[in-house]
Design a protein around this ligand. Structure first.
Ligand SMILES: [Zn+2]
Length: 329
């Protein structure tokens, strides 16, 4: 119930009245939220308050996570890959998350969510797609978590409340990344921190099969892309493996498939050969299917931070872009 205090009506920002139909464990399984201002009603189903229609621009992510639900969680790979990626990219210590109220923007299937919770954060997560189901399923044992299905540009979340706003691999997949940025930045409280990751507009990043194929893949159904990858994937996967082995960087970037084997080996992930292939399949599908893919330069993003009243702005990486900052006003 704790997290419900941070929710509000996405249309008029007024408080919501909670009506509980069924409670189980520590959460509301079904019920509804009624806005005290405009009277709009938002259902709670499957432990998740719903503020958007189920079918929307993020459908590909839901489709994807339903099929490859397991293999990226740290708890499944018995590694700290996800956690260490967050720490390395943010430059924050593990303790920085402990006890903090954190807004996770775009939780996908909840891989980062799990790592953030394990570092002691109290996490309110949202995603636009039906991947919220998977994120909840994976993390339902954690008491310090509420997941909502919501639109980043029209958040049902009160402003200036969060110690940390965390947005990883998300903003480029929204229709208007700048608008999305200002929407989530407004949720950071004074002296709170923000972590933002975005794909980069650098030429090296743009010369990639996903951008070369986008004019075609954008018009294809998810099922068609899935079928094509299913058919040609094993062969392309081996081909990319060879390109990596012989350091043929150019071919690695333009052959339309990923090969994550070296990452798997480097981090000692406990995955079978079949799972290694699935991992690569998933990353490829992820690259080819988003409805929007709008990268930005680190300069642009640094300016957004400045403009939104952030201080101590640090560009942690330029490709992909990772920027952190503290809100001073
Ligand atoms: Zn309202």
């Amino acid at each position: 119930m704790y997290f419900y205090n941070y929710l509000c009506c996405p249309k008029c920002q007024k408080d919501l009245d909670i009506s509980v139909e069924k409670k189980s464990n520590h959460t509301i399984e079904t019920g509804k939220l009624t806005c005290v201002g405009c009277g709009r009603v938002y259902p709670i189903t499957g432990h998740i308050p719903r503020f958007v229609e189920s079918d929307n621009y993020a459908t590909s992510f839901g489709f994807q996570w339903e099929r490859f639900n397991q293999i990226r969680y740290d708890s499944y790979t018995k590694s700290n890959l996800i956690r260490n990626t967050i720490l390395r990219r943010s430059g924050w210590e593990k303790d920085h998350f402990n006890g903090k109220l954190l807004l996770e923007c775009g939780c996908g299937a909840g891989h980062d969510t799990e790592a953030l919770l394990n570092m002691g954060a109290k996490v309110l997560s949202f995603d636009f797609s039906s991947s919220v189901e998977q994120a909840w399923k994976q993390n339902s044992q954690y008491k310090n978590l509420l997941i909502v299905q919501a639109d980043i540009a029209n958040l049902p979340i009160k402003k200036e409340m969060f110690d940390i706003v965390f947005c990883h691999r998300v903003i480029q997949h929204t229709p208007n990344p700048k608008k999305s940025f200002y929407s989530i930045a407004a949720r950071v409280k004074k002296d709170g921190d923000m972590f933002l990751h975005s794909y980069s507009t650098r030429l090296k990043s743009m010369l990639h099969y996903k951008y070369l194929l986008r004019p075609i893949t954008k018009r294809m159904s998810l099922e068609t892309i899935y079928k094509l990858l299913d058919r040609f994937g094993p062969c392309l996967y081996k081909l990319v493996g060879l390109a990596i082995k012989y350091r043929l960087k150019f071919f690695r970037k333009i052959i339309p498939f990923e090969n994550m084997d070296s990452l798997v080996e480097k981090h000692n992930l406990t995955l079978s050969d079949e799972e290694k292939y699935q991992f690569s399949f998933m990353v490829t599908f992820d690259a080819l299917t988003p409805k929007y893919d709008k990268p930005n330069s680190y300069r642009t993003i640094r300016n957004w931070f400045k403009d939104a009243g952030f201080d101590h702005i640090v560009v942690r990486r330029k490709k992909p872009v990772v920027v952190v900052g503290t809100r001073c006003v």
